[in-house]
Ligand binder design. Sequence first.
Ligand SMILES: [Zn+2]
Length: 290
Amino acid sequence: MRMLAILLLLFSFSFANLKVVATYPWIGELVKEIGKDRVSIYVIAKGTDDPHFVVPKPSHIAKMRDADLLIMQGASLEVGFLPPLLQQSNNPKIQPGRQGLLDLSEFVKIIEKPVSVSRAMGDVHPEGNPHYQLDPHNIPILAEVIKDKLCQLDEGNCVYYKGNLEDFLRRWDAKLKVWDKGFSKLRSVKVIEYHKLYDYLLSRYGMVLVGTLEPLPGIPPTAKHIESLISQAQGVKFILQDVYHEKRTAEYVAKKLNARMVILPHDVGAVPEANNLFSLFDEILRRLNP
Ligand SMILES: [Zn+2]
């Protein structure tokens, strides 16, 4: 009996303590860096999904029903799929206003906040641009926020989480120097993007956004909008294309403007080379080839 008790005790220490659900892969990766073996992580969206339009599944509800913590990107990015999942999960711990729901958008500066909002026009960015993970300088801020939350929910492992955070920040800071240097060579380069997906990266490194293939975030390109964009755009070097929209419009515009279409990952797993948070930014830089 005593042996069994010892075994049970050992098991309770080696098993993950906190069950975390993250909406997107990059959030899951960050939780993994801080929580390591003391948390279990389930990620709802795939890196290849359009982050605005993730398809809700019963398996998501089952994982959310069991979760101690749900971490979301916020700023309306999940508004199309998360509220019904939350409701059906029937888990009081992770509902809005509770300790078990963490909205990361509350901790970074959201850009492009509209003066007046009309979702009726179809704009999927009613609270401003939600794609803030693509400024690599936002990541350390959010790593700290996640450490604080894990400490709040699991005090017993707080020293462990703090140690992991310090180790992560050390490695991230070293890479930030490399990225800052690499991306600085792209300063003043003019780009067009399909969706307003890379704006945080562009604004961090001084690249110039000339226009988007979408007339409004979430509205597919129209012939009229594309012709007007082509007639007004000059000196554009790159058409930034995500992995989940059609590529024909970008190819057409690139040809017309003598620019280069570049497919960029926006999240971990969007392309095979971007298999963690570090390689996500390495790969974006490599594809822009400064
Ligand atoms: Zn968007």
